[in-house]
Design a binder for this molecule. Structure first.
Ligand SMILES: [Zn+2]
Length: 162
């Protein structure tokens, strides 16, 4: 979520500590404890009292639950993190940095080489490309996301995802 905020507001990742988006005050370490800090401050900035909502708390809880659930499978865990980041980015900007998934897609294709799943996903990729470039019914960022989901799940899950 922090990475998404920085990319959305074009803030350098290396030079800024977390700060209040309303007053600009740099947050102390105890303001950044996931879930606990937001609950103790009632989701308000301690300096300007601006209410920033419970979105962070909700996503921190969901991230914890999903992360714990997927933790035994590091591949799925990393994919869930990437897709969660892209979902937040899509929510904020209606666009995503889908190219971040390209190295991951290459890895997934490499590990699934010579499997029937790759053939199914390849055929699905052709349909997606037709929907993107001929019918303009999908965004180009959807292609990367759908390919990743297709390569890590069954055809039934991919169909349900659609
Ligand atoms: Zn503030």
């Amino acid at each position: 979520m922090c990475l998404n905020d920085h990319l959305t507001h074009k803030i350098p990742l290396t030079t800024q500590r977390s700060f209040c988006w309303h007053c600009g005050h740099v947050l102390a370490w105890f303001d950044l404890i996931p879930i606990v800090s937001a609950l103790l401050t009632k989701s308000r900035c301690r300096y300007c009292q601006h209410h920033y909502g419970y979105t962070y708390v909700l996503f921190e809880c969901l991230g914890g639950i999903i992360g714990t659930w997927l933790f035994p499978d590091p591949e799925l865990w990393l994919i869930a993190l990437c897709l969660f980041f892209l979902a937040l980015e899509d929510w904020d900007q209606q666009t995503i940095h889908a190219n971040l998934l390209c190295p991951w897609l290459a890895y997934l294709v490499w590990t699934r080489w010579e499997t029937p799943q790759l053939l199914v996903v390849g055929m699905f990729a052709l349909i997606c490309l037709w929907l993107i470039y001929v019918r303009h019914a999908l965004g180009s960022g959807d292609f990367h996301v759908l390919m990743v989901i297709g390569l890590v799940s069954s055809p039934m899950i991919l169909a349900l995802t659609l």
